[in-house]
Design a protein around this ligand. Structure first.
Ligand code: GTP
Ligand code: MG
Length: 470
């Protein structure tokens, strides 16, 4: 019943399917529509094996890779190790420096995915906190043979911290507990109670043997007749798709202003949303408005609209004094314009981050000097221990939740709403010392003084928003 080697490739793959390493290269455009899934779990509970298995079962492997691993395993007198597949993929990716080694694409019949591998707490936190690898969903793996362990809890806590709300709990190594329903149920009970404590609910619990492929891509009724739920791949396909960047509120940070003949061309990359000729744009900060007359492209189609990801130039009906750093959006869904906001930051500076410290802040095409107004709590990235009281400093590799105050107003969004105008870096002595995401603009100063925020989002009713965002 337990296969000692993977099925012959012909059984699972149509012959001559043209698989190549190209399949691993994430096309940045299609990346946006892919569901981003992070895998977490206690050491040795089977993350790599599950990923290897998913790649094998969805044909996401370069040709010959499985055979190569199988030979290597046989030479060592071992059974086939799916975890080695992942290592081999990562190794190959590392040789191509343009590729992020921690992001692996695969495809089901329904849609594309990117698996965000988390080599360790620190890298995981850094990638997630800086928004470099925000995830739409998580596979949290618990080995049935060992049960809920320390990191099973810590990683669950991490997910809640990072706002990852769609969690699939994979109860792995079911083969080692004789596929027992009782063993599975006990873990479901224990971990559900834990998740409840930290304000999370799992979408599902799935009994799996990653090694044997049971309930990964194929249902395993023969060994677990008591389970009638979906496989891991089906459960992934049932998750909510991320909102497409083109459907988000328009955010066009102005990168440069060019003069051609009599025309002023505002150039930039559309970070989110869709822009059309004839649209009335509002430029923050300042909120001057202008109507789009033309969309200029240096290459590419001559179209009267442009979407997230495109670098374009625009001209306006009237001449408008707009500078580099301004952010164009639609009046119906403006960013916040503020000098104070709450953020979560991964600190990698040589010296500590301190309250009162001054750093250069870069957000989209905007730059400003920023002061650390308060540090609300600090999370140690290695131990994941949390200080919940107010702090005066954070050390290298800490995650800090803090309030930042900028010298001039910035146009920004909570990262949850618009990712690209919701993330920033802090520069200390010309070195990037921190990366973070915007949690929310701060509306009132603790002293009760009036603040500099123009929270324009209030003009949009939740009904408007729901209709527009479907
Ligand atoms: P780290 O990356 O070190 O945290 O481990 P991991 O979570 O990636 O675990 P990995 O996939 O390397 O698996 C650890 C060991 O468990 C390997 O020897 C796997 O062969 C074994 N293993 C993984 N899944 C299963 C399973 O479903 N059944 C059995 N019997 N063994 C498994
Ligand atoms: Mg691993």
């Amino acid at each position: 019943m337990i296969p000692q080697s993977p099925p012959a490739r012909d059984e699972v793959l149509p012959a001559g399917n043209g698989l190549s390493l190209d399949r691993l290269f994430v096309d940045r455009k299609s990346e946006a529509s892919r569901l981003r899934v992070v895998t977490v779990g206690h050491v040795d509970h089977g993350k790599s094996t599950l990923i290897g298995r998913i790649f094998y079962d969805t044909d996401a492997l370069p040709e010959g890779k499985a055979e190569q691993i199988q030979k290597a395993c046989q030479a060592e007198g071992m059974t086939f190790e799916y975890a080695f597949l992942l290592d081999a993929l990562l190794e190959e990716q590392e040789q191509n420096i343009t590729i992020d080694t921690t992001q692996l694409p695969f495809q089901t019949k329904k849609r594309g995915y990117v698996l965000v591998d988390a080599p360790g707490h620190k890298e995981f936190l850094k990638n997630m906190v800086t928004g470099a690898a925000s995830a739409d969903a998580a596979l949290l793996i618990i080995a049935a043979s060992e049960g809920v362990r320390e990191q099973s809890r810590r990683h669950g806590y991490l997910l809640s911290l990072l706002g990852v709300k769609q969690i699939l709990v994979v109860v792995n190594k079911m083969d080692l507990v004789d596929y027992s329903e009782e063993a599975f149920d006990a873990i479901v009970r224990e971990y559900t109670a834990f998740l409840q404590e930290i304000g999370l609910t799992a979408v599902r619990f799935l009994p799996v043997s990653a090694k044997n492929g049971d309930n990964v891509a194929r249902q395993a009724r023969e060994v677990m007749p008591w389970y009638s739920g979906p496989t891991v791949l089906d459960a992934l396909d049932d998750l909510q798709a991320p909102r497409s960047e083109a459907d988000q509120p328009l955010r066009l940070p102005v990168q440069d202003v060019y003069r051609f003949d009599q025309r002023r061309i505002l150039a930039g990359r559309i970070e989110a949303g869709t822009l059309r000729v004839g649209d009335t744009l509002s430029f923050a900060p300042g909120n001057r408005t202008g109507v789009v007359k033309t969309i200029e492209r240096w290459h590419g189609p001559d179209r009267a609209f442009a979407v997230a990801g495109e670098s374009i130039g625009i001209t306006l009906e009237e001449q408008l004094f707009v500078e580099r750093g301004a952010v164009a959006s639609h009046k119906s869904d403006l960013p916040a314009t503020t000098t104070r906001f709450r953020a979560r930051l991964f600190w990698m500076g040589q010296s500590d981050l301190v309250v009162g410290g001054r750093y250069r802040l870069k957000l989209a095409s905007q730059e400003a000097m920023a002061t650390v107004a308060a540090i609300d709590r600090v999370i140690d990235a290695s131990t994941l221990s949390v200080s919940d009281t107010e702090q005066t400093r954070a050390a290298r590799d800490d995650v800090a939740e803090l309030v930042l105050e900028t010298d001039v107003p910035l146009a920004l969004d909570p990262h949850e709403a618009v990712a690209l105008t919701g993330r920033f870096v802090l520069v200390d002595n010309r070195i990037t010392a921190g990366g973070g995401i915007v949690l929310e603009p701060v509306v009132a100063r603790p002293s009760g003084k009036s603040d500099n925020i123009t929270q324009s989002q209030g003009q949009v009713t939740s009904g408007d928003r729901a209709r527009r965002n479907r």
